[in-house]
Write a protein that binds this ligand. Sequence first.
Ligand code: FES
Length: 109
Amino acid sequence: MNPDDEVCLCFHVSRRKIENYLRIERPSRVGQLSECFGAGTGCGWCRPYLQRMFDQASEHGSVEPMPTAEQYAEMRQKYLRKRDHSSGDSPDDNRSSEGPSAEGDSERR
Ligand code: FES
């Protein structure tokens, strides 16, 4: 995922915006990322990624590679279809092999 690719597809919040917010504002809770142009306050797809970025920034001061923008958007479409078929579930309940928390979905550089 490139810096200008969107992490929060609902609110078009780029990876760069989130990384800058993490670096400059140094939020103490991941929920504060919602103050970064509303990141994570829509469908919920990006929340596990926001959590991961927050954790990595807290621990290492930087964020590791993520899936490509195309992979990321495709994974979100699967998430939305799955969510629509099982309404009432929270985003965190959908952490299946297709879910955003699946390991090994990071882009290798
Ligand atoms: S992609 Fe971020 S809330 Fe939907």
